[in-house]
Design a protein around this ligand. Structure first.
Ligand SMILES: [Zn+2]
Length: 190
């Protein structure tokens, strides 16, 4: 958590700057707001955001913008990620996607039944981690790096909730409601 937030580490290619539209956007905004209220996404040093939430759609996934204030997401703070090639992220929308968009992409690729990924920079407490048998990546890596993605991919196959070492949790599920509820259930017991 001591790492300073310096923005995205990839290039964004804007295929269109039209605002993103989808019937499930209101649900995503609702969960962003809950994450902020519940302290699941505390801000990083350097003024960065504290988490990023996304859901899968027919032509990619819709994710919060980098630096987005989860408490009050505006229409321009949602970005459709259509594809990723090398270190370039191809999007529709007005702002750059979350600096961890490539991590979401890697997880949607590795876990085809997952349709929602919620990530917050809350480390949970050690009691909850052992009680719920939550796996933790082996090595701390810089945010948004391929090294960090590799660490996550090593442990994500059989777990829907996991921790990125000294960084935050990931909660993923077949839909947004489950991705949100399963992490709230744990936090509320902490
Ligand atoms: Zn993060």
């Amino acid at each position: 958590m001591s790492e300073k937030y310096i923005g995205t580490k990839f290039t964004t290619n804007f295929l269109s700057q039209q605002p993103v539209q989808h019937s499930q956007i209101s649900e995503l905004k609702k969960w962003c707001s809950i994450f902020a209220q519940k302290g699941l996404s505390p801000a990083l040093p350097g003024g960065g955001f504290g988490g990023n939430l996304s859901f899968r759609c027919s032509n990619g996934f819709i994710i919060t913008a980098t630096g987005a204030n989860l408490q009050n997401i505006s229409a321009s703070q949602l970005v459709l990620v259509k594809k990723i090639k090398g270190n370039t992220v191809f999007v529709e929308g007005k702002q750059q996607p979350s600096s961890e968009a490539i991590l979401h992409y890697a997880l949607y690729t590795k876990r085809p039944k997952v349709n929602a990924i919620f990530h917050g920079h809350n480390l949970l407490n050690s009691k909850l981690i052992s009680q719920y048998n939550i796996p933790i990546t082996a090595k701390k890596q810089p945010y948004g790096s391929y090294a960090q993605i590799k660490e996550v991919l090593k442990i994500c196959a059989n777990y829907d909730i996991l921790l990125i070492k000294q960084h935050g949790f990931i909660s993923m599920a077949a839909n947004m409601n489950s991705a949100g509820k399963q992490i709230l259930d744990i936090i509320d017991k902490g």
